[in-house]
Design a binder for this molecule. Structure first.
Ligand code: ADP
Ligand code: MG
Length: 356
């Protein structure tokens, strides 16, 4: 396994880039720890696949260097980097049996046949294809083929890292959940460095110890699921993670008080700096309280999800969502307050530090 350093990586698919907008990957300068389970999370087109392919060696970055355990591999092929990669759609040998597809990477490394059999049987059990081991891959369904692809990525234990690019897209929901759980167990058991690309927050948050959130060619935050939830560094992280996402309202700041539409909101502490910037207050729906006194609030919809309700309404012109636990009643003419513990402030979309 390896520690992977991305040293000032930038990438453009354009021959003569003219501005930042021509870069699919702006500046990535970051280390992936040996043995870490990472998720690369972000919307379609934000540069996840580009970054993954730069790590594997399928794409050579326009600028910067890649190091594996301190060794420069920038110009090396995926084989030379000793990487296993699983793609969104199956990449398998149709004319080989399921067993031989999985055995291929091991036989390639001249592993003794008895060890090949033991390892392939283990993986077959994991992807639940034991009973199809000696069938040709050609006749299998799309999701069975994808499971073979996944198995091939996992079969070798001597790789520097395993990279997954939205590998469960074609897998049915129940199997998806099982495979994700198994991947996590496998990570605990073998300690591979794993990088898992997804646009689905549930997948990212269940698989990874560390989630790397990307937006528009940039990494906007790296953190544990808890950190991303409690302290989104960028308003995008607040919107993208959580269901519903963080509420963001424009405010003016005055010491320890924020003002929105003439209403005053007490802050946990004054911000450290006074920015000359667009300032906003972010509060997750879990920290919005519907009370008898507070700021005026008009309810638009109430969605009952069993354990809690999602109430959507307006504070002045600003849409606000609140999560109300099952055992709490919603006042007849509710007003709204924000729990100070859940308040974050943003200047030009980036989180501001508070005093103290
Ligand atoms: P993601 O995997 O997050 O959906 P990608 O890394 O595939 O994002 O794409 C990032 C940006 O780079 C997008 O704007 C995409 O259109 C562009 N892009 C990706 N691959 C190529 C390519 N081979 N040639 C030109 N542009 C590309
Ligand atoms: Mg992609």
């Amino acid at each position: 396994m390896a520690r992977i350093d991305l040293d000032h990586i930038r990438h453009t698919y354009t021959a003569s880039p003219k501005s930042e907008a021509d870069y699919a990957l702006k500046e990535v300068d970051h280390s992936w720890h040996d043995g870490g389970a990472y998720a690369l999370l972000g919307p379609s087109g934000c540069g996840k696949t580009t970054l993954l392919n730069i790590i594997s060696g399928l794409v050579t970055a326009s600028e910067g260097r890649i190091l594996f355990d301190g060794k420069d591999v920038t110009r090396l092929s995926p084989q030379e980097r000793n990487i296993a990669q699983v793609f969104q759609f199956p990449v398998i040998y149709d004319t080989m049996t399921v067993f031989d597809n999985l055995a291929f990477p091991l036989r390639n490394r001249t592993m003794p046949e008895a060890d090949v059999k033991r390892r392939v049987d283990e993986i077959l059990a994991m992807i639940d294809l034991g009973d199809r081991a000696h069938r040709k891959a050609r006749g299998l369904t799309a999701d069975q083929k994808q499971k073979i692809s996944l198995g091939r990525g996992l079969v070798r234990s001597d790789v520097a890292a395993i990279l997954f690019d939205e590998p469960l897209t074609v897998i049915d929901p129940h199997m998806k959940w099982m495979l994700r759980t198994q991947l996590k167990q496998l990570h605990r058991q073998f300690g591979h460095t794993m990088v898992y690309v997804t646009h689905d927050q549930t997948e990212a948050l269940t698989f990874a110890d560390t989630v790397v959130v990307m937006y528009d060619g940039e990494i906007v935050q790296i953190g544990t699921p808890e950190e991303l939830f409690a302290r989104p560094k960028h308003t995008f992280v607040g919107y993208f993670i959580g269901s519903p996402g963080m509420n963001v309202v424009p405010v003016t700041l005055d010491g320890g008080t924020a003002h929105v539409d003439g209403e005053a909101i007490a802050l946990p502490a004054p911000p450290r700096e006074r920015p000359q910037a667009k300032t906003e207050l972010g509060v997750r729906p879990e920290f919005v309280r519907l009370t008898r006194d507070g700021m005026p609030f008009s309810i638009d919809t109430v969605e009952d999800l069993g354990r809690h309700r999602i109430v959507r309404g307006h504070l002045g012109a600003h849409a606000i969502a609140a999560v109300v636990p099952e055992n709490e009643t919603i006042p007849a003419e509710p007003r709204v307050t924000f729990d100070p513990a859940g308040i974050n402030l943003y200047a030009d979309s980036w989180r501001m530090e508070l005093e103290g």
